[in-house]
Design a protein around this ligand. Structure first.
Ligand code: HEC
Length: 194
């Protein structure tokens, strides 16, 4: 039996006896060949933020093409973060990329979101050497983890301020990390120098 099927039967069994064990079930499900299943329910997870036209290098992107990224995390890991300021094992994040449009219907100013352009996942999982892995999805087919030396790993390790995640851009989590003092030393020093 495939792992994902075992996982699904466990959820159904839990739901049938009504113990509500779903919160403890890991958000991630893997295929037998080690790929991550597309997280179909991510739109019901906890919403962290939307970046608009964010770019990490000068002159990035096309001038008149707009993009949003919406960030979600599974509910159990969010609850864990509120308690400790760190991410528990199994924490799973989705970055959903959508187009942005200005003119449409009654809108005359500002932008609204349009079709999905991509889904990327960041996962805390011990089976990977650094404890974290990145998965760019192509449609909804299962995705292979990128090598630990990928650009995703490098940028997140260098600039993500809590456990390689970008909590500095998530307005409801930043105060929690400050209170629990779990922000990276580099970020705290940078903020003090401001
Ligand atoms: C140059 C830096 C950089 C690179 C490279 C990068 N990211 Fe990110 N990533 C960010 C930033 C900044 C955010 C916060 C986005 C926001 O605030 O909306 C982010 C957020 C995320 C999130 C949301 C959870 C989190 O960790 O904060 C996921 C998932 C993610 N990136 C996946 C990827 C994947 C997959 C790749 C490689 C294909 C990648 N990223 C490459 C900078 C980077």
């Amino acid at each position: 039996m495939r792992h994902s099927l075992v996982f699904r039967s466990a959820i159904i069994a839990a739901a049938m006896i009504g113990v509500g064990a779903q919160a403890q079930t890991p958000a991630a499900a893997f295929t037998t060949d080690g790929k991550l299943e597309f997280p179909r329910e991510y739109r019901t997870w906890v919403y962290l933020s939307s970046g608009m036209d964010m770019a990490y290098v000068e002159n990035a992107g096309m001038a008149d093409q707009h993009m949003f990224d919406n960030v979600f995390v599974d509910r159990a890991s969010y609850d864990g973060f509120l308690e400790t300021g760190h991410w528990p094992e199994g924490a799973m994040f989705v970055l959903e990329i959508r187009g942005g449009q200005g003119q449409g219907s009654i809108n005359r100013k500002g932008l609204f979101q349009t079709g999905r352009m991509g889904v990327e996942v960041h996962l805390k999982d011990k089976r990977f050497a650094s404890g974290w892995a990145f998965f760019p999805f192509n449609g909804e087919a299962p995705a292979q983890a990128l090598p630990q030396t990928s650009q995703c790993n490098a940028c997140h390790e260098a600039h993500g301020v809590v456990d390689t995640t970008f909590v500095q851009f998530y307005p409801t989590l930043l105060p929690v990390a400050k209170a629990k003092e779990t922000l990276s030393a580099a970020y705290s020093a940078e903020e003090k120098a401001r």
